[in-house]
Design a protein. Sequence first.
Length: 378
Amino acid sequence: MSRKIYLDFNASTPICPEAVDAMRPFLFEHYGNPSSPHWAGMPAKDAVEKARGQVAVLLGCDPIEVIFTSGGSESNNHAIKGIYFANRDRGDHIITTAVEHPATIHPCRFLEKLGAKVTVIPVDRFGLVDPDDVRKALTSKTILITVMHANNEVGTIERVPEIAAISREAGVPFHTDAAQTVGKIPADVEELGVDLLSAAGHKVYAPKGIGALYIREGTKIEPFVHGAGHEAGRRAGTENVLLAVALGAACEAARKWIGMPKAQAMRDRLWDGLRGIFGEKVTLNGHPAERLPNTLNVNFVGRVGAEVLAMLPGVAASTGSACHAGSVTLSPVLAAMGVPPKEGMGAVRFSLGRATTWEELEEVLAKMKTTMNGRPAQ
């Protein structure tokens, strides 16, 4: 039986020990409602506020600017819909990109049904947005620009500070989906220049079902959930204390992992190893340099990604193509990047994590060399 090797950390991470330890007291004790001003509620309230502060430190903002959500999708939905509903008196135009996560694209498409005008900016072969294209797309009715910090499939890091500067000059709120960058590379809101930033717990070694949304103080935004006024009136619903403390602890722990130099070194060795086996029959997706340190998305030319993974039993990774009734469809991201179908149908994403070892990657390379009949490059 093949050893299990996990190389899908961009999809989800395990829960870090610090988050597990933080949750334990809230499984059996501290069961009070954080909104209750008595002995049972106050420990829960204090824990939520401590966690809010831990998230804020990682993002470089004031704790009052952080609200807890159910995850990255809700954070994106709140940012996009909340800005639209709160600013319809100013305009109805939203600018986004062709490589966004569905949690950004689909809210934009939903708002189109309500009258919003959405401009989708194209990307180059590396998945990069040209800031000048964003500038040219601005109109007097633009009320939001939303561009992801880094792409979940290919890892390309967008030029968010440049685009945010254009947004700020135009007086337009700027949102970035930072689900893939928080905890991996610096995601300081002041350095990025953003007004809203989304984070997802299960990408930063916290549990699934928890996330955060940074909202710069003074930003006009409608609450996503209406009710009793929790989270300073920005998201109603009793706070999930258990998961909030886990996210806070995970964010504090993540500070020592920023940059992921060991993962980047192993990722690059893995790429060298693949080229050594397959030569020109393997190509890179995403920017060669401006890319997440843990992400390697490659095309096995002339093959189908799902079939490649099927030949690697025990290896958990993702493919960038989908098979339907005998045909192969590229992901919207690879299609937007102009990846040729013959290459992109063989796309596989390997995303490394804190626990990844070189021995695991060597085993993956050995499996490929044996099962895929690879030959050294001439």
